[in-house]
Design a protein around this ligand. Structure first.
Ligand SMILES: Cc1cc2nc3c(=O)[nH]c(=O)nc-3n(C[C@H](O)[C@H](O)[C@H](O)COP(=O)(O)O)c2cc1C
Length: 368
Protein backbone atom coordinates (compact mmCIF):
# COMPACT_ATOMS: atom_id res chain seq x y z
CA UNK A 1 0.00 0.00 0.00
CA UNK A 2 2.71 2.50 1.05
CA UNK A 3 4.95 1.36 -1.80
CA UNK A 4 2.15 1.97 -4.31
CA UNK A 5 1.54 5.39 -2.76
CA UNK A 6 5.28 6.12 -2.76
CA UNK A 7 5.64 5.29 -6.44
CA UNK A 8 2.55 7.23 -7.40
CA UNK A 9 3.11 10.29 -5.27
CA UNK A 10 6.27 10.78 -3.23
CA UNK A 11 8.70 9.49 -5.88
CA UNK A 12 7.52 12.25 -8.24
CA UNK A 13 8.13 14.97 -5.68
CA UNK A 14 11.41 16.61 -4.78
CA UNK A 15 12.83 14.31 -2.05
CA UNK A 16 13.21 17.07 0.54
CA UNK A 17 9.69 18.39 -0.09
CA UNK A 18 8.36 14.83 0.24
CA UNK A 19 10.21 14.49 3.55
CA UNK A 20 8.66 17.68 4.93
CA UNK A 21 5.18 16.68 3.79
CA UNK A 22 5.38 13.16 5.23
CA UNK A 23 6.84 14.47 8.49
CA UNK A 24 4.04 17.04 8.74
CA UNK A 25 1.44 14.27 8.39
CA UNK A 26 3.18 12.24 11.08
CA UNK A 27 3.15 15.22 13.44
CA UNK A 28 -0.47 16.00 12.66
CA UNK A 29 -1.53 12.40 13.36
CA UNK A 30 0.31 12.55 16.67
CA UNK A 31 -1.73 15.57 17.68
CA UNK A 32 -5.06 13.73 17.44
CA UNK A 33 -5.44 11.81 20.70
CA UNK A 34 -7.62 8.93 19.47
CA UNK A 35 -5.60 8.46 16.32
CA UNK A 36 -2.23 8.53 18.02
CA UNK A 37 -3.34 6.07 20.69
CA UNK A 38 -4.61 3.73 17.99
CA UNK A 39 -1.47 4.04 15.84
CA UNK A 40 0.89 3.62 18.77
CA UNK A 41 -1.00 0.52 19.92
CA UNK A 42 -0.66 -0.85 16.41
CA UNK A 43 2.91 0.12 15.69
CA UNK A 44 4.94 0.56 18.87
CA UNK A 45 7.08 -2.38 20.04
CA UNK A 46 5.45 -4.38 22.80
CA UNK A 47 7.32 -7.68 22.56
CA UNK A 48 8.42 -8.62 26.07
CA UNK A 49 11.48 -10.42 24.74
CA UNK A 50 12.76 -7.29 23.00
CA UNK A 51 13.00 -5.20 26.15
CA UNK A 52 16.44 -3.69 26.05
CA UNK A 53 18.70 -2.12 28.61
CA UNK A 54 21.34 0.03 27.04
CA UNK A 55 23.31 3.06 28.15
CA UNK A 56 21.68 2.71 31.55
CA UNK A 57 18.27 3.26 29.91
CA UNK A 58 15.31 0.93 29.72
CA UNK A 59 13.73 0.61 26.29
CA UNK A 60 10.87 -1.37 24.78
CA UNK A 61 13.00 -2.51 21.87
CA UNK A 62 16.39 -2.05 20.22
CA UNK A 63 15.35 -0.27 17.04
CA UNK A 64 15.32 3.50 16.64
CA UNK A 65 15.41 6.31 14.11
CA UNK A 66 18.87 7.55 13.14
CA UNK A 67 19.90 11.20 13.27
CA UNK A 68 18.97 13.57 10.47
CA UNK A 69 15.25 12.89 10.13
CA UNK A 70 14.15 15.15 12.98
CA UNK A 71 16.93 17.70 13.11
CA UNK A 72 15.11 20.16 15.36
CA UNK A 73 13.21 17.79 17.68
CA UNK A 74 9.85 18.86 16.32
CA UNK A 75 8.26 15.43 15.94
CA UNK A 76 9.59 13.02 18.57
CA UNK A 77 6.13 11.85 19.67
CA UNK A 78 4.99 11.23 16.11
CA UNK A 79 8.07 9.13 15.45
CA UNK A 80 7.64 7.22 18.71
CA UNK A 81 4.03 6.62 17.65
CA UNK A 82 5.35 4.90 14.52
CA UNK A 83 7.29 2.43 16.64
CA UNK A 84 10.78 3.90 16.79
CA UNK A 85 11.79 3.11 20.30
CA UNK A 86 14.51 5.69 20.37
CA UNK A 87 14.71 8.84 18.30
CA UNK A 88 18.03 10.53 17.74
CA UNK A 89 17.39 14.18 17.03
CA UNK A 90 19.88 16.49 15.28
CA UNK A 91 22.47 17.02 14.15
CA UNK A 92 22.22 20.22 16.16
CA UNK A 93 25.02 22.77 15.85
CA UNK A 94 26.12 25.48 18.27
CA UNK A 95 24.56 28.20 16.10
CA UNK A 96 21.55 28.04 13.74
CA UNK A 97 22.42 27.58 10.08
CA UNK A 98 20.53 27.05 6.80
CA UNK A 99 22.61 24.16 5.45
CA UNK A 100 23.68 23.81 1.83
CA UNK A 101 21.75 25.25 -1.12
CA UNK A 102 18.95 23.07 -2.49
CA UNK A 103 18.76 20.55 -4.20
CA UNK A 104 20.69 18.65 -1.56
CA UNK A 105 18.86 15.33 -1.20
CA UNK A 106 18.69 12.76 -3.97
CA UNK A 107 17.00 9.36 -4.37
CA UNK A 108 18.67 6.39 -6.00
CA UNK A 109 15.55 4.30 -6.32
CA UNK A 110 16.99 1.22 -8.04
CA UNK A 111 19.64 1.02 -5.33
CA UNK A 112 17.28 1.75 -2.44
CA UNK A 113 19.69 4.50 -1.47
CA UNK A 114 19.91 8.24 -0.88
CA UNK A 115 22.62 10.82 -1.35
CA UNK A 116 22.46 13.88 0.87
CA UNK A 117 24.51 16.99 1.36
CA UNK A 118 22.11 18.73 3.71
CA UNK A 119 24.98 20.35 5.61
CA UNK A 120 23.43 20.33 9.10
CA UNK A 121 20.48 22.62 8.39
CA UNK A 122 19.09 23.22 11.87
CA UNK A 123 17.75 25.85 14.25
CA UNK A 124 20.80 25.75 16.52
CA UNK A 125 21.40 24.50 20.04
CA UNK A 126 19.59 27.31 21.92
CA UNK A 127 16.31 26.89 20.01
CA UNK A 128 16.39 23.08 20.14
CA UNK A 129 17.21 23.09 23.86
CA UNK A 130 14.25 25.42 24.48
CA UNK A 131 11.97 23.10 22.50
CA UNK A 132 13.14 19.99 24.35
CA UNK A 133 12.82 21.80 27.67
CA UNK A 134 9.22 22.77 26.92
CA UNK A 135 8.31 19.31 25.64
CA UNK A 136 5.43 17.52 27.33
CA UNK A 137 5.95 13.97 26.06
CA UNK A 138 2.94 11.92 25.03
CA UNK A 139 4.90 8.68 24.62
CA UNK A 140 7.74 7.47 26.76
CA UNK A 141 10.61 7.21 24.34
CA UNK A 142 14.36 7.58 24.45
CA UNK A 143 15.63 10.84 22.96
CA UNK A 144 19.22 10.92 21.81
CA UNK A 145 20.73 14.30 20.94
CA UNK A 146 23.31 14.38 18.17
CA UNK A 147 25.60 17.44 18.04
CA UNK A 148 27.96 18.73 15.34
CA UNK A 149 30.04 21.73 14.37
CA UNK A 150 28.61 24.99 13.03
CA UNK A 151 29.95 25.43 9.51
CA UNK A 152 31.10 29.04 10.01
CA UNK A 153 33.15 28.14 13.08
CA UNK A 154 36.80 27.53 12.18
CA UNK A 155 38.20 24.07 12.87
CA UNK A 156 40.47 25.50 15.58
CA UNK A 157 37.37 26.58 17.53
CA UNK A 158 35.38 23.41 16.96
CA UNK A 159 35.64 22.23 20.57
CA UNK A 160 34.04 25.41 21.92
CA UNK A 161 31.17 25.03 19.45
CA UNK A 162 30.47 21.43 20.52
CA UNK A 163 30.80 22.46 24.18
CA UNK A 164 28.19 25.17 23.69
CA UNK A 165 25.73 22.61 22.28
CA UNK A 166 26.56 20.04 24.95
CA UNK A 167 26.00 22.52 27.78
CA UNK A 168 22.65 23.57 26.38
CA UNK A 169 21.34 20.18 25.31
CA UNK A 170 22.72 17.64 27.80
CA UNK A 171 20.03 18.36 30.42
CA UNK A 172 17.38 17.18 27.93
CA UNK A 173 19.26 14.28 26.35
CA UNK A 174 18.80 10.64 27.32
CA UNK A 175 22.10 10.22 25.53
CA UNK A 176 24.42 12.61 23.71
CA UNK A 177 26.24 11.90 20.44
CA UNK A 178 29.31 13.69 19.15
CA UNK A 179 28.99 13.56 15.39
CA UNK A 180 32.39 13.81 13.71
CA UNK A 181 31.47 11.82 10.64
CA UNK A 182 29.20 13.83 8.37
CA UNK A 183 30.86 14.34 4.98
CA UNK A 184 28.97 17.61 4.41
CA UNK A 185 30.74 19.98 6.79
CA UNK A 186 34.23 20.75 5.51
CA UNK A 187 36.94 19.38 7.81
CA UNK A 188 34.51 17.74 10.23
CA UNK A 189 35.75 14.23 9.67
CA UNK A 190 39.31 15.26 10.54
CA UNK A 191 38.03 15.39 14.10
CA UNK A 192 37.92 11.59 14.05
CA UNK A 193 41.71 11.51 14.31
CA UNK A 194 42.52 10.50 17.86
CA UNK A 195 44.62 13.62 18.50
CA UNK A 196 41.58 15.80 17.80
CA UNK A 197 38.99 13.45 19.20
CA UNK A 198 40.52 13.06 22.65
CA UNK A 199 40.28 16.75 23.67
CA UNK A 200 36.90 17.08 21.97
CA UNK A 201 35.29 14.15 23.79
CA UNK A 202 36.89 15.14 27.08
CA UNK A 203 35.55 18.69 26.79
CA UNK A 204 32.05 17.54 25.79
CA UNK A 205 32.00 15.10 28.72
CA UNK A 206 32.89 17.90 31.12
CA UNK A 207 30.35 20.25 29.56
CA UNK A 208 27.57 17.67 29.87
CA UNK A 209 28.47 17.03 33.50
CA UNK A 210 28.43 20.75 34.25
CA UNK A 211 24.84 21.28 33.15
CA UNK A 212 23.16 17.86 33.46
CA UNK A 213 23.70 17.62 37.18
CA UNK A 214 20.95 15.16 38.10
CA UNK A 215 22.42 12.20 36.21
CA UNK A 216 25.41 11.28 34.09
CA UNK A 217 24.33 11.59 30.47
CA UNK A 218 25.74 8.74 28.35
CA UNK A 219 28.15 10.02 25.70
CA UNK A 220 28.66 8.37 22.30
CA UNK A 221 30.64 9.14 19.18
CA UNK A 222 29.38 8.54 15.65
CA UNK A 223 31.94 7.45 13.08
CA UNK A 224 32.20 7.25 9.30
CA UNK A 225 32.35 4.04 7.30
CA UNK A 226 35.21 5.55 5.31
CA UNK A 227 37.71 5.32 8.16
CA UNK A 228 40.60 2.96 7.51
CA UNK A 229 40.45 -0.17 9.68
CA UNK A 230 43.38 1.03 11.81
CA UNK A 231 41.52 4.27 12.48
CA UNK A 232 38.41 2.35 13.52
CA UNK A 233 40.61 0.47 15.99
CA UNK A 234 42.14 3.72 17.23
CA UNK A 235 38.71 5.25 17.91
CA UNK A 236 37.67 2.04 19.69
CA UNK A 237 40.76 2.15 21.91
CA UNK A 238 40.23 5.82 22.66
CA UNK A 239 36.60 5.20 23.57
CA UNK A 240 37.67 2.56 26.09
CA UNK A 241 40.43 4.80 27.44
CA UNK A 242 38.05 7.72 27.97
CA UNK A 243 35.26 5.61 29.41
CA UNK A 244 32.92 6.60 26.59
CA UNK A 245 29.51 4.94 26.72
CA UNK A 246 29.02 4.07 23.09
CA UNK A 247 30.01 4.20 19.44
CA UNK A 248 27.54 4.62 16.58
CA UNK A 249 28.66 2.94 13.38
CA UNK A 250 28.15 4.30 10.83
CA UNK A 251 27.30 7.59 9.18
CA UNK A 252 26.92 7.93 5.38
CA UNK A 253 29.80 7.19 2.99
CA UNK A 254 31.56 9.27 0.39
CA UNK A 255 32.32 6.06 -1.52
CA UNK A 256 30.10 5.05 -4.40
CA UNK A 257 30.63 1.29 -4.14
CA UNK A 258 27.88 -1.28 -3.97
CA UNK A 259 25.67 0.57 -6.46
CA UNK A 260 23.97 -1.29 -9.31
CA UNK A 261 24.08 -0.05 -12.86
CA UNK A 262 20.56 1.30 -13.01
CA UNK A 263 20.77 4.42 -10.85
CA UNK A 264 21.13 7.59 -12.88
CA UNK A 265 24.91 8.24 -13.24
CA UNK A 266 24.33 11.99 -12.90
CA UNK A 267 22.74 11.42 -9.47
CA UNK A 268 25.42 8.93 -8.43
CA UNK A 269 27.97 11.68 -9.03
CA UNK A 270 26.27 14.17 -6.75
CA UNK A 271 28.47 15.27 -3.87
CA UNK A 272 27.36 14.07 -0.45
CA UNK A 273 26.93 11.05 1.75
CA UNK A 274 25.48 7.85 0.38
CA UNK A 275 23.12 5.91 2.64
CA UNK A 276 20.80 2.93 2.34
CA UNK A 277 21.36 -0.54 0.91
CA UNK A 278 24.82 0.06 -0.66
CA UNK A 279 26.17 0.99 2.79
CA UNK A 280 25.11 -2.28 4.39
CA UNK A 281 28.25 -4.35 3.93
CA UNK A 282 30.75 -1.74 5.12
CA UNK A 283 28.67 -0.64 8.12
CA UNK A 284 28.38 -4.26 9.23
CA UNK A 285 32.11 -4.75 8.75
CA UNK A 286 32.96 -1.69 10.87
CA UNK A 287 30.59 -2.86 13.59
CA UNK A 288 32.11 -6.36 13.71
CA UNK A 289 35.56 -4.84 13.93
CA UNK A 290 34.52 -2.57 16.78
CA UNK A 291 32.91 -5.42 18.70
CA UNK A 292 35.99 -7.62 18.25
CA UNK A 293 38.00 -4.79 19.78
CA UNK A 294 35.78 -3.51 22.61
CA UNK A 295 33.48 -6.46 23.33
CA UNK A 296 30.90 -5.62 25.98
CA UNK A 297 32.87 -2.74 27.47
CA UNK A 298 31.13 -0.18 25.25
CA UNK A 299 27.61 -0.09 23.83
CA UNK A 300 27.62 -0.32 20.06
CA UNK A 301 24.87 1.11 17.89
CA UNK A 302 24.59 -0.39 14.39
CA UNK A 303 23.32 1.81 11.57
CA UNK A 304 23.79 1.92 7.80
CA UNK A 305 21.77 0.05 5.19
CA UNK A 306 19.38 -1.68 7.58
CA UNK A 307 16.29 -2.48 5.52
CA UNK A 308 14.56 -5.32 7.32
CA UNK A 309 14.50 -7.46 10.45
CA UNK A 310 17.17 -9.79 9.12
CA UNK A 311 19.58 -6.87 8.64
CA UNK A 312 18.85 -5.66 12.18
CA UNK A 313 19.34 -9.18 13.56
CA UNK A 314 22.70 -9.48 11.77
CA UNK A 315 23.81 -6.21 13.42
CA UNK A 316 22.85 -7.55 16.83
CA UNK A 317 24.79 -10.77 16.22
CA UNK A 318 27.72 -8.60 15.09
CA UNK A 319 27.75 -6.67 18.36
CA UNK A 320 25.07 -3.98 18.27
CA UNK A 321 22.92 -3.51 21.36
CA UNK A 322 20.89 -0.86 19.56
CA UNK A 323 20.15 -0.55 15.86
CA UNK A 324 18.97 2.41 13.84
CA UNK A 325 17.89 3.26 10.33
CA UNK A 326 16.86 6.17 8.16
CA UNK A 327 16.94 5.62 4.38
CA UNK A 328 14.78 2.49 4.29
CA UNK A 329 12.09 4.39 6.23
CA UNK A 330 11.66 6.53 3.12
CA UNK A 331 11.17 3.46 0.93
CA UNK A 332 9.29 1.20 3.36
CA UNK A 333 6.97 3.66 5.08
CA UNK A 334 5.12 3.88 8.39
CA UNK A 335 4.94 0.16 9.18
CA UNK A 336 8.69 -0.26 8.91
CA UNK A 337 9.70 -0.06 12.57
CA UNK A 338 6.88 -2.41 13.55
CA UNK A 339 7.99 -4.96 10.95
CA UNK A 340 11.55 -4.81 12.23
CA UNK A 341 10.59 -5.29 15.87
CA UNK A 342 8.20 -8.10 14.95
CA UNK A 343 10.79 -9.86 12.82
CA UNK A 344 13.43 -9.46 15.52
CA UNK A 345 11.15 -11.02 18.12
CA UNK A 346 10.46 -13.95 15.80
CA UNK A 347 14.17 -14.46 15.15
CA UNK A 348 15.03 -14.34 18.83
CA UNK A 349 12.35 -16.91 19.64
CA UNK A 350 13.74 -19.44 17.18
CA UNK A 351 17.38 -18.67 18.03
CA UNK A 352 19.56 -20.43 20.59
CA UNK A 353 19.65 -17.25 22.71
CA UNK A 354 17.49 -16.81 25.78
CA UNK A 355 17.56 -13.01 25.64
CA UNK A 356 18.41 -10.32 23.14
CA UNK A 357 21.40 -9.39 25.27
CA UNK A 358 22.77 -12.95 24.83
CA UNK A 359 22.59 -12.53 21.07
CA UNK A 360 24.63 -9.32 21.04
CA UNK A 361 27.97 -10.08 19.42
CA UNK A 362 27.35 -13.85 19.33
CA UNK A 363 28.65 -14.17 15.75
CA UNK A 364 31.88 -12.37 16.56
CA UNK A 365 32.47 -14.38 19.74
CA UNK A 366 31.98 -17.64 17.82
CA UNK A 367 34.38 -16.53 15.10
CA UNK A 368 37.09 -15.59 17.61
C1 LIG B 1 18.87 13.00 4.55
C2 LIG B 1 19.79 12.50 5.60
C3 LIG B 1 20.22 13.37 6.57
C4 LIG B 1 21.09 12.92 7.57
N1 LIG B 1 21.48 13.79 8.55
C5 LIG B 1 22.27 13.34 9.54
C6 LIG B 1 22.65 14.21 10.59
O1 LIG B 1 22.25 15.36 10.66
N2 LIG B 1 23.48 13.71 11.55
C7 LIG B 1 23.93 12.42 11.54
O2 LIG B 1 24.67 12.02 12.45
N3 LIG B 1 23.58 11.58 10.55
C8 LIG B 1 22.76 12.00 9.57
N4 LIG B 1 22.39 11.14 8.58
C9 LIG B 1 22.96 9.77 8.57
C10 LIG B 1 22.01 8.76 9.21
O3 LIG B 1 21.79 9.06 10.55
C11 LIG B 1 22.60 7.34 9.08
O4 LIG B 1 23.80 7.26 9.84
C12 LIG B 1 22.92 6.97 7.65
O5 LIG B 1 21.94 7.45 6.76
C13 LIG B 1 23.02 5.46 7.47
O6 LIG B 1 21.81 4.82 7.79
P1 LIG B 1 20.73 4.38 6.67
O7 LIG B 1 21.48 3.62 5.62
O8 LIG B 1 19.72 3.55 7.42
O9 LIG B 1 20.14 5.63 6.13
C14 LIG B 1 21.52 11.57 7.57
C15 LIG B 1 21.08 10.70 6.58
C16 LIG B 1 20.22 11.14 5.61
C17 LIG B 1 19.74 10.16 4.55
Amino acid sequence: MYKFFFRLFFSRMDPEAAHHLAFRWIRLAARVPVLRTYLAALLAPRHEELRTEALGLRMHGPFGLAAGFDKNAVGVDGLAMLGFDHVEIGTVTGEPQPGNPKQRLFRLLPDRALINRMGFNNEGSAAVAARLGARDPVFRTTVGVNIGKTKAVPEAEAVADYVKSAERLAPYADYLVVNVSSPNTPGLRNLQAVDHLRPLLTAVREAADRTATRRRVPLLVKIAPDLADEDVDAVADLAVELGLDGIIATNTTIAREGLGLSSDPAVVQETGGLSGAPLKARSLEVLRRLYARVGDRITLVGVGGIENAEDAWQRILAGATLVQGYSAFVYEGPFWARAIHKGLAARLRTSPYATLADAVGADVRTAA
